[in-house]
Ligand binder design. Structure first.
Ligand SMILES: Cc1cc2nc3c(=O)[nH]c(=O)nc-3n(C[C@H](O)[C@H](O)[C@H](O)COP(=O)(O)OP(=O)(O)OC[C@H]3O[C@@H](n4cnc5c(N)ncnc54)[C@H](O)[C@@H]3O)c2cc1C
Length: 402
């Protein structure tokens, strides 16, 4: 299936990277994804393959050993990977966000220390804002970093929903840090991102830092999602991202903004796979003497699904290109994330309906997609939060002049 979701104006290098990734997805991911997902098994072999392809360093600058590719290349690769199995794109995504934050905001020493090893996939990133009592309302964070005499910080608090919490070895953790910011400072100006190095695994992975275990989820399996508990966790001053406290909220929001393009790309990939499954099944299943694809009601469904796949892809590409051009893209990223995740859910639902009763069977891939699509409605900001961002930006752009 190649007619849909084409991207005009790609370079030869981009086309070559995408064709390699697509080949890898078709041969190494799709054939095993559903089995691994049902066993909630980490896809070690797939991750090793992606490491060899250089995917962990795709956007890391060449001077640090990465491929120095654009957000568009990255997003198109993510779209391909999510077409195979969304969880695999989740393994790369938090790594990519942390590498991006380091590239944009890290001190030279932080870049030199982490980026070369991140490009090789030796250091693997996760990022942590959410807490048990908050996700959308980041300004309400209660985890705290307190500076001690001598410069070290002591971190306390509980974090929730860390994608790659167990497998990562570097976590960007957002905490409140009141030091230097007097009482009454706006919440978003009193937050700091700490770069927390740790062992991979579960339990006490570093003195003062515990990763309790995997959260059992309805979908998005294989990739580990965890809590993170800080109890007197000591962090040296040179592990404050960018070296200055009070910048954490902006750094994280910058990371999440590129993450939104990534979630949009995942929605595109999952929707494409659902369309492929639906259009194929519709030509094989017969009712009332003909393939169901020949019933107009099913053809209309296919038409709607394909139109949504095309529209989501176009918006995702537009948001990535805007960021690559150096322009602010929060409006485009919010719109792309919102539309692609909603359309993905609808396309998956239609493909599920086309499968009739068989869609309910774990033997059919669409069953897995049906449980995966909802995660995209939540991650990197819910639909309501996207609409708030879009609405605010529109009012800035279209300020009433009268
Ligand atoms: C599988 C998974 C992986 C995740 N990975 C990560 C990760 O790696 N790192 C990380 O930091 N977080 C992660 N998250 C957390 C995710 O970002 C949050 O779940 C998400 O931001 C929503 O927050 P919440 O769950 O606290 O919902 P809430 O914020 O409690 O929202 C509940 C409902 O209220 C709505 N709502 C909230 N505020 C408003 C408002 N002002 N107006 C209208 N409606 C509103 C929301 O849209 C939602 O429908 C992950 C979550 C999941 C499920």
């Amino acid at each position: 299936m190649s007619r849909l979701a084409q991207t005009a104006g790609l370079t030869d290098v981009q086309r070559e990277i995408l064709s390699t990734v697509r080949d890898f997805v078709d041969k190494e991911i799709i054939p095993v994804a559903t089995q691994l997902e049902h066993r909630d098994e980490y896809p070690t072999q797939i991750v090793e393959g992606l490491t060899e392809l250089g995917l962990f360093g795709l956007m890391i600058p060449e001077e640090y050993g990465g491929l120095g590719e654009s957000l568009l290349t990255y997003a198109l690769c993510v779209e391909e990977i999510a077409r195979g199995w969304m969880s695999v794109s989740g393994i790369i995504n938090t790594h990519f966000i942390v590498a991006y934050m380091l590239k944009q905001h890290g001190t030279q020493e932080q870049k030199d220390t982490f980026l070369p090893r991140m490009a090789l996939g030796e250091v693997r990133g996760a990022f942590s804002m959410s807490e048990p009592a908050l996700g959308s309302d980041v300004s309400a964070i209660t985890s705290k970093g307190v500076r001690e005499e001598g410069g070290e910080y002591v971190l306390n608090g509980q974090k929730m929903w860390l994608t790659n919490g167990g497998t990562s070895t570097l976590v960007a953790v957002l905490c409140r840090s009141d030091e230097g910011h007097p009482e009454g400072t706006a919440p978003h100006k009193s937050m700091t991102t700490f770069l927390v190095e740790k062992e991979a695994g579960f339990g006490e992975v570093r003195p003062g830092l515990t990763i309790p275990g995997k959260i059992d989820k309805m979908g998005y399996k294989g990739v580990d999602t965890t809590e993170l508990i800080m109890d007197g966790l000591r962090i040296p001053a040179n592990r404050v991202l960018g070296g200055t406290t009070g910048r954490g909220f902006y750094q994280m929001m910058d990371g999440v903004e590129v993450g939104r393009v990534n979630v949009a790309a995942r929605g595109c990939g999952v929707a494409q796979r659902a369309f492929e499954l639906g259009v194929s099944y519709a030509q094989q299943r017969h009712t009332f003497g003909k393939p169901i694809a020949q019933h107009q009601a099913i053809q209309f469904k296919l038409a709607e699904m394909a139109t949504k796949v095309e529209a989501a892809h176009a918006m995702m590409v537009n948001a990535a290109r805007k960021k690559d051009s150096g322009e602010r893209n929060d409006l485009e990223a919010g719109m792309a994330k919102y539309l692609a995740s909603e359309y993905c859910k609808e396309v998956v639902e239609d493909a599920f309906r086309i499968h009739g009763g068989y869609g309910f069977s774990k033997e059919y891939e669409i069953e897995r997609l049906y449980r995966e699509a909802p995660m995209l409605l939540i991650g990197e900001g819910t639909a309501e939060i996207q609409k708030m961002i879009i609405g605010r930006r529109l009012l800035e752009e279209y300020r009433f002049q009268g």
